[in-house]
Write a protein that binds this ligand. Structure first.
Ligand code: SME
Length: 161
């Protein structure tokens, strides 16, 4: 599938009638299946009942022990703290990193915001070093953006908040 076709499918999932979590699950499954090197694809959701914690949402790939991550912990926690996209070419060179599987070599994490608020994150792991190049980053930033409202709904944020 070309990137344009994957984008069209992601847009169709977002616009569809599935539950917010169901839509995100479909996006994760699609990205993992269609794109070489995307070995783990998942969303973390801001836990509205905890102080600065992310909780694991829909994902495709091997299960992870990191189902809750505090802001500041690991790559995900740093992305939550700074609201920056993190691209790590070699996770073994990172001091503040939470390992999910010994096979993982590189990682991409983007904060997902809605109405100017952090509502979750898009997280990808690859078993290849430096798997996330400029075109991946552009595409994944687009996915993070287009799924913002869906992530907010999956995390339980209300529009008025
Ligand atoms: N590696 C992440 C933890 C999440 S797993 O990749 C699924 C981190 O350092 O925050």
């Amino acid at each position: 599938m070309t990137t344009e076709k994957v984008k069209a499918a992601v847009s169709a999932f977002v616009a569809g009638s599935d539950s917010p979590a169901g839509k995100l699950q479909s996006v994760c499954n699609l990205l993992r299946k269609e794109i070489e090197g995307y070995d783990w694809v998942g969303y973390y959701l801001v836990d509205r009942n905890a102080l600065e914690e992310l909780v694991l949402g829909p994902f495709a790939g091997v299960p992870t022990e990191h189902d809750r991550i505090g802001f500041g912990e690991g790559i995900c926690g740093q992305a939550a703290d700074t609201l920056q996209v993190f691209v790590v070419d070699d996770v073994n060179a990172e001091a503040n990193y939470l390992s999910c599987s010994p096979h993982v070599k590189s990682e991409y994490v983007a904060p997902v915001t809605w109405n100017g608020k952090l509502v979750g994150e898009l997280d990808l792991d690859s078993d290849q070093l430096a798997a996330f190049g400029p075109s991946d980053i552009e595409f994944l930033n687009w996915v993070a953006g287009v799924t913002g409202e869906t992530v907010a709904l999956a995390a339980g944020f209300q529009f008025a908040e």
